[in-house]
Design a binder for this molecule. Structure first.
Ligand SMILES: Nc1ncnc2c1ncn2[C@@H]1O[C@H](COP(=O)(O)OP(=O)(O)O)[C@@H](O)[C@H]1O
Ligand code: SF4
Ligand SMILES: [Mg+2]
Length: 337
């Protein structure tokens, strides 16, 4: 169970833009001032359509991408701070820390296991590299035992440490990716669509394994998916992103029963509901138009070009992300009345 009080990860107004060479302006505005926290031991699900900034947000929290602005606090320690003014100009000098000790605490499991494993290294070398970087093994035998233990823990044959990634199936490769993340005994793992590239038949095995490990090791997850149906069972809370912005966040059950942001309502209307009573009240809403480009996002509420409830104010003013009911946050002018 998640510890109610303790926040492990906190971000405030986190922003990540990718400047485009030779093009004026801020470039791709992939993550726009996202604020949230993740409690120790919980799973925070993060959903939204492809391209809305989920991966960028996950990697920026880990500082695998250098943030453009905002603040990241890990276990009470500020690991990045660069407050920006309204025009996006830094208000002072950015503060950041040496990430090496945090690299051990914060890990990532990638969406595409085959692309995330070096094809020239054996799986033993891949897992051993993580152990070596953080000097976790006392000697050679200790190191070999650790690798074997990790392979066994993720359900792989311990004799296969000398094989190369291409000799494994997609599901087995993802297990290697998980073993690599676990090798450093992390506290926090960004699971970036860890099952999207896998056969449906093995997706639930991998999810179950991640849940077992969480219970065993007290891990905290940011679990990214493009589909609410994947995260709703495994997440304590869920955040919904649209075009770089976090539009809603709440307890998983509450957000599924009672979504308050128009975009979440459209997302949920597309998910089959097992509860017949809820299913009768939930009309399918089809969104018109394409997702706008994050290089040139709409003014005001980024959703206004597709929102069925948009008013003039929506195109002029960006709605604030506010707590509307205890633990239930959203950014929409409709809710401010
Ligand atoms: N390294 C990068 N350089 C430039 N643009 C990028 C880079 N990585 C992601 N983007 C852009 O940022 C936006 C968000 O991408 P991403 O975070 O991968 O979305 P998601 O994971 O939700 O599919 C997309 O428009 C994508 O094209
Ligand atoms: S602020 Fe306006 S455009 Fe944005 S979600 Fe709310 S009603 Fe729709
Ligand atoms: Mg992604």
């Amino acid at each position: 169970m998640a510890n109610e009080e303790k926040k492990l990860v906190e971000i405030e107004n986190l922003r990540k833009y990718f400047p485009i060479k030779g093009t004026p302006g801020p470039g791709v505005q992939a993550v726009q001032d996202v604020s949230l926290y993740i409690k120790k031991g919980e799973t925070l699900g993060l959903v939204g359509e492809s391209g809305c900034g989920k991966t960028t947000l996950g990697r920026t929290i880990l500082r695998l991408y250098e943030p453009t602005g905002g603040k990241i606090i890990y276990d009470g320690q500020t690991i990045f701070d660069n407050p920006l003014d309204k025009e996006g100009k830094p208000l002072g000098k950015a503060k950041s820390v040496n990430m090496l000790p945090y690299r051990k605490k914060m890990q990532i499991i990638f969406q595409d296991p085959s692309a995330s494993l070096d094809p020239r290294m054996t799986v033993g070398e891949i897992i051993g590299e993580a152990i070596d970087i953080h000097k976790l093994a006392a000697n050679k035998k200790d190191r070999a035992d650790m690798i074997k233990g990790l392979l066994a823990r993720v359900g792989l044959n311990t004799e296969h440490a000398n094989r190369y990634p291409h000799e494994f199936s997609g599901g087995q490769q993802q297990r290697v990716g998980i073993a690599r993340a676990l090798a450093v005994k992390p506290e926090f793992i960004v699971c970036d669509e860890p099952i999207s590239a896998l056969d449906v038949s093995i997706q639930s095995q991998v999810v179950n394994m991640l849940e077992d490990m969480q219970a065993e090791m007290g891990l905290t997850y940011l679990f990214i998916a493009h589909d609410l149906s994947v995260v709703r069972h495994i997440s304590n809370r869920i955040g919904v992103m649209y075009l770089g912005s976090l539009v809603e966040l709440g307890e998983s059950y509450e957000l599924n029963r009672h979504p308050i942001h128009p975009y979440t309502q459209t997302l949920l209307s597309a998910v089959p509901v097992p509860d017949p009573q809820l299913s009768r009240t939930r009309k399918r809403i089809i969104l018109e138009g394409d997702v706008p480009s994050p290089m040139n996002p709409p003014s005001g509420c980024r959703f206004h070009t597709r929102c069925p409830y948009a008013t003039k104010k929506c195109s002029e003013e960006m709605p604030k992300f506010k707590e509307h009911e205890p633990g239930h946050w959203a950014a929409c002018h409709l809710l401010d009345k």
